[in-house]
Design a binder for this molecule. Structure first.
Ligand SMILES: [Zn+2]
Length: 246
């Protein structure tokens, strides 16, 4: 029953996540009043707010003023549903809700990082808090490993960031990345942190190669948000366990 409820709610939660993402660009509160078109300020009706469907039916445009509606909504709504389905397919029943909370938060902070090149501390803080509660409830016996995961996640990227700065004289990683991996560490433990970091690096390299194949110039000095790759590494490690332990 909970599963049905989560799957039905997921796209609507995705809508809200999309609102959070876009509000980080404009610094409006995500909770301020009813949904309006940011262009024409027209209040949106129920039929404008059906996740995914509204966007597709209206071809990504406002019904009142024809302004483009951010593609973020389509991604966050479909993404939230994919995350819920993925969690239902992989984890045991008690872990479905915590997994969705983790996945939805990671999706949100990834979209924010892609769009404004930063990860708000409040997002990493939420991931950490939810992970702390999850660990205290379900991983009592191995809690020290999860706590150590958080410390390791922070320490590893802190060291990498400082070493890189020393060697190259410029910033490679952001401070937000180490906070995110610390928050992920409480979910996936110490071995998990290295697994997530390995996967993130691998996915990052793959993404750069793919971009090059499709003719996009990517130079070493280009700013590429690492948050989405870390988030993917944390998510995969949470679902399938650390890759170094088979
Ligand atoms: Zn409009």
């Amino acid at each position: 029953m909970l599963i049905v409820w989560i799957l039905v709610a997921a796209p609507f939660i995705g809508s809200f996540l999309g609102v959070i993402v876009t509000r980080f660009e404009t610094s409006d509160s995500a909770f301020s009043g009813r949904s309006k078109c940011p262009e024409c300020q027209h209040q949106l009706a129920v039929r404008d707010l059906v996740p995914v469907v509204s966007w597709l039916v209206q071809n990504g445009k406002c019904r009142y003023c024809e302004a483009d509606i951010s593609r973020v909504y389509l991604v966050s709504e479909a993404g939230a549903l994919v995350i819920a389905l993925w969690a239902v397919a992989v984890v045991d029943a008690p872990f479905i809700l915590p997994s969705c909370l983790l996945g939805w938060s990671l999706l949100t902070l990834s979209l924010i990082d892609i769009r404004v090149m930063r990860i708000p501390d409040i997002m990493s803080g939420f991931v950490f808090g939810a992970g702390l509660v999850t660990s205290l409830i379900w991983f009592r016996s191995s809690f020290s490993d999860h706590a150590l995961g958080a410390v390791t996640g922070f320490a590893v990227l802190f060291l990498v960031r400082h070493a890189y700065h020393r060697l190259k004289g410029r910033q490679g990683l952001g401070k937000a990345d180490e906070r995110l991996l610390a928050a992920g560490g409480i979910w996936i433990g110490m071995t998990g942190v290295f697994s997530a970091l390995f996967l993130a690096t691998l996915l990052g390299i793959l993404a750069v190669c793919t971009a090059r194949i499709f003719g996009r110039q990517v130079r070493g000095t280009d700013a590429i948000p690492f948050g989405p790759f870390l988030a993917a590494g944390i998510w995969l490690t949470w679902l399938y366990g650390p890759i170094f332990i088979s």
